[in-house]
Design a protein around this ligand. Structure first.
Ligand code: NAD
Ligand code: DAU
Length: 333
């Protein structure tokens, strides 16, 4: 039976990918609630069927609007967030309002309406792991966030857990590793380097470039979220990852090679304060309990397709580029 989903942050990178995925793989209809901040773009939802998709421009911390939209939905999937670590180091205040007050506002509405709720979160809530170590994050790893961004995401997860236990809210949580793919803002690592190269600028690696991230294609993240929404156990947390650990240096060298440049053609710049060393996800619970598997096993092929997307969609990213690079230049990055 088809459902009506409220997807917050559905004009952002991963939220819009989820909307594309849901409309392609289910009969569900979707309302997107998105504030269209610098990170939101209506055109990320272009080409989708009008009859099954409504975009509402608004704030997840607007209680009256959220009450109305949650009242009309069968389930809520909450992606909306301030999502970039470097921005949270420059000005944490919007992170507290959107990530904490926004989540609180949604939780109160789903509590009143008894609506199914899925909370999108990040592996960064667990802090970091040592480099070159076999340990990976699991659902039992203690919370230990490092940045204002990850601290607000950790706080939002804990609100969800409290609302489940105290008020019986029908919620699940997922914590995913680093996503890549089309429609990601050029402030983030992979699209920044691709668009720099398209502009004839050398890629920029923070510190020594040895930090490790665990990459997953955004479409694999979407298929996992849909699986949890359909079959996840209420009150449970699921970690989402695709065994994609790579150092930042390895990723930049691969981008350079795929774009026909010398693999050493990059610059080392000022490190991020508090920079997490390594993230790595053990997604055994999601795979064994819910039978989920990633479809994008080949990182190089996924990265090559992502490079092609940025080459072919300059009109999508060009308007973001100057302001993003001006902000990086102010912090020597
Ligand atoms: P993004 O920055 O690309 O998109 C965020 C979206 O939320 C934008 O469309 C923005 O306009 C909207 N938004 C921001 N504040 C809002 C508000 N107050 N009200 C309504 N809408 C608002 O982010 P993303 O990278 O797509 O991340 C989406 C979610 O996934 C976040 O919750 C993030 O923590 C989580 N996540 C991201 C990654 C990753 O690698 N990018 C990995 C794991 C989890
Ligand atoms: O792990 C999940 C998280 O992944 C999400 O919760 C966040 O929303 C998402 O932004 C991402 O966080 P990171 O901080 O890991 O991603 P970012 O793309 O900012 O950086 C990835 C790595 O690359 C990190 O080690 C910092 C480094 N970096 C980043 C930029 C922008 C560089 O070396 N150079 C750069 O120019």
């Amino acid at each position: 039976m088809s459902r009506h989903l409220l997807v917050t942050g559905g004009a952002g990178f991963i939220g819009s990918g989820f909307v594309h995925h849901v409309l392609a793989h289910t009969d569900d209809t979707v309302t997107v609630l998105d504030k269209l901040t610098y990170a939101g773009d209506k055109t990320s939802l272009e080409g989708l069927p009008d009859a099954r998709l409504t975009l509402v421009e608004g704030d997840v911390a607007d209680a009256a609007l959220v009450e109305e939209l949650v009242g009309a939905a069968d389930a809520v999937v909450h992606y909306a967030a301030e999502s970039h670590n470097d921005n949270s180091l420059r000005d944490p205040s919007p992170f507290l309002r959107t990530n904490l007050v926004g989540t609180f506002t949604l939780l109160e509405a789903v509590r009143r309406h008894g609506t199914r709720y899925h909370h999108i979160s990040t592996d960064e809530v667990y802090g970091d792991l040592p480099l070159e170590d076999p340990e990976r994050f699991t659902e039992d790893t203690p919370y230990n966030p490092s940045s204002p961004y990850s601290a607000t995401k950790a706080g939002s997860d804990l609100l969800v857990r409290a609302w489940v236990r105290s008020f019986g809210v029908q919620a699940t949580i997922s914590n995913c590793s680093n996503n890549y793919g089309p429609r990601q803002h050029v402030e983030k690592f992979i699209p920044r380097q691709i668009t720099n190269l398209l502009d004839g600028v050398r890629p920029r690696l923070y510190g020594a470039g040895t930090n490790v991230r665990d990459w997953i294609h955004e479409e694999d993240h979407s298929s996992a979220v849909l699986r949890i929404l359909d079959a996840g156990r209420i009150g449970e947390t699921y970690l989402i990852g695709a065994d994609g650990e790579k150092s930042n240096r390895e990723v930049v060298e691969l981008i350079l090679q795929l774009m026909g440049r010398d693999a050493g053609d990059y610059d080392l710049v000022a490190d991020r304060p508090g920079h997490d060393l390594r993230y790595a996800i053990d997604s055994t619970k999601l795979r064994t309990e819910l039978g989920w598997e990633p479809a994008y096993a080949d990182f190089e092929a996924g990265l090559a397709a992502t490079i092609d997307w940025y080459r072919e969609h300059e009109g999508w990213w060009r308007g973001q580029k100057d302001a993003t690079e001006a902000a990086y230049a102010r912090s020597g990055q």
